[in-house]
Design a protein. Structure first.
Length: 235
């Protein structure tokens, strides 16, 4: 970790990337910062890998938020909205931070911003999942048409580029599955300006992320501009 967490400017979003596959000593240190409800939730996972990834992701999140708030990681208290989106408890002194977390197959992304809602999503690109049956069920007509136009070798990447952009937007809004996935559209193509078309009256920025080879990621943040700063967490 760097000696100090950099300050977040008003238009900045910090995106932290970390591996969840850690040795037992580092896992012990992270697990010690979790609260009882988080430990109980970890114990409900059937696989040891899923349990350790949850513990690592929560521990890393607490480590980062504690440093932004200049508080011990275990002292950070979370408040959960009606659809389960966590935020820092109103009783926690410190900066007006907003955050969001996503992890997939051993990789975690954490987005942190100030005074603006934020959503992040990461997925391992898996060709066996990226089928037209799923796309036709969850993608808008415009998204499905754009996916169908992609060459066969680019369809899996395009599928997950669309999926992560949609998930990041939904997570930023914090309303969960009450937002129908077909009620808005995002663009799919790489190396072009990300486009979000939604009846939502709030302004949102949308940006794809390339966290690691073989993964797709996306970030959504409240407002009409954002400057993304990429950082890596290391134990």
């Amino acid at each position: 970790m760097p000696a100090a967490i950099p300050c977040i400017a008003g238009n900045e979003v910090h995106v932290w990337r970390a591996s969840l596959d850690l040795d037992s000593n580092k896992m012990f240190c992270l697990e010690e910062t979790l609260r009882q409800d988080e430990r109980a939730r970890a114990e409900r996972f059937n696989s040891e890998r899923a349990r350790s990834h949850f513990v690592a992701a929560r521990g890393i999140l607490r480590n980062l938020l504690g440093r932004y708030l200049e508080s011990p990681p275990q002292s950070v208290q979370f408040y959960y909205g009606s659809n389960g989106k966590p935020s820092i408890s109103r009783s926690t002194a410190g900066h007006p931070l907003r955050f969001n977390l996503s992890h997939s197959h051993g990789l975690v992304l954490i987005g942190i911003a100030q005074d603006r809602e934020v959503g992040v999503d990461v997925e391992l690109i898996r060709g066996e999942v990226a089928g037209e049956a799923i796309a036709s069920r969850y993608f808008s007509e415009k998204e499905f048409e754009e996916l169908s136009e992609l060459p066969a070798g680019m369809k899996a990447e395009g599928f997950f580029r669309c999926w992560t952009r949609k998930e990041a937007y939904i997570k930023a809004r914090g309303e969960g599955l009450s937002i129908p996935l077909k009620s808005f559209s995002v663009s799919l193509k790489a190396r072009t300006q990300e486009v979000l078309q939604s009846p939502d009256h709030t302004e949102w920025c949308l940006q794809s992320l390339d966290p690691e080879f073989g993964y797709a990621g996306a970030l959504a943040a409240e407002g009409n501009t954002m400057q993304v700063r990429y950082l890596s967490w290391t134990p």
